[in-house]
Design a protein around this ligand. Structure first.
Ligand SMILES: N[C@@H](CCC(=O)N[C@@H](CS)C(=O)NCC(=O)O)C(=O)O
Length: 189
């Protein structure tokens, strides 16, 4: 069984959502940031970077970085259709979106609210009129949603500033897997 080391409402939420979307069998292992549990010797032995998520795969390997965990889950559960297998252009677009979410979007927080707003503006324009990041639902949407959902309350922008992102966010919140993951993580806050 897959094992997800997580802390509620953090980057690991994306992996948690993907596991549920995929219908994977998994165990949740809390390592709370609020208690600095990711800084323990035990956790650092698992992930020297001291960050969540960390996913223990079916092969017993520890996988870190949101994008890698989402890729692993999507590819190991093909029936869920979270990865556009065999469509090279679409596969590359998913990687492009996840790289953007992990670097430009997630990385913007350390630079302050103006940088977050600038990254949101780019994401909003990239998304445009599409319902999902690459046109159909994939792991790119899970990654994009998690970063926007978490960082949006930290910036002062009236409703309507990022219409495409806001609509994407609302669409994601309607997904049972997203609701289930958010509900499950509440118990650890
Ligand atoms: N690049 C990493 C970022 C993961 C990350 O920043 N995780 C944060 C929570 S959102 C964390 O565990 N921080 C703990 C720390 O820095 O001590 C990824 O994509 O997984």
């Amino acid at each position: 069984m897959l094992k997800l080391y997580f802390s509620p409402s953090t980057s690991s939420l994306a992996t948690h959502i993907a596991l549920i979307e995929a219908g994977a069998a998994f165990e949740l292992v809390p390592r709370l940031l609020s208690r600095q549990e990711t800084r323990s010797a035990e956790y650092l032995a698992l992930n020297p970077d001291g960050k969540v998520p960390a996913l223990v795969t079916a092969g017993g390997n520890v996988l870190t970085e949101v994008a890698a965990t989402l890729y692993y889950i999507a590819r190991s559960h093909p029936a869920a259709g979270l990865w556009p297998e065999g469509d090279l252009e679409a596969e590359a677009q998913v990687i492009s979106w996840m790289s953007f979410a992990a670097s430009s979007m997630h990385g913007s927080r350390a630079k302050g609210p103006e940088a977050v707003a600038a990254a949101f503006d780019v994401a909003n324009r990239k998304l445009g009129s599409r319902e999902w990041a690459i046109g159909r639902f994939t792991i790119a949407d899970i990654h994009l949603f998690r970063v926007y959902w978490r960082f949006r309350p930290g910036i002062e922008a009236p409703i309507g500033t990022y219409p495409a992102l806001e609509a994407h966010h609302d669409r994601m919140l309607k997904r049972p897997a997203v609701q289930k993951a958010l509900e499950a993580e509440k118990a650890y806050e």
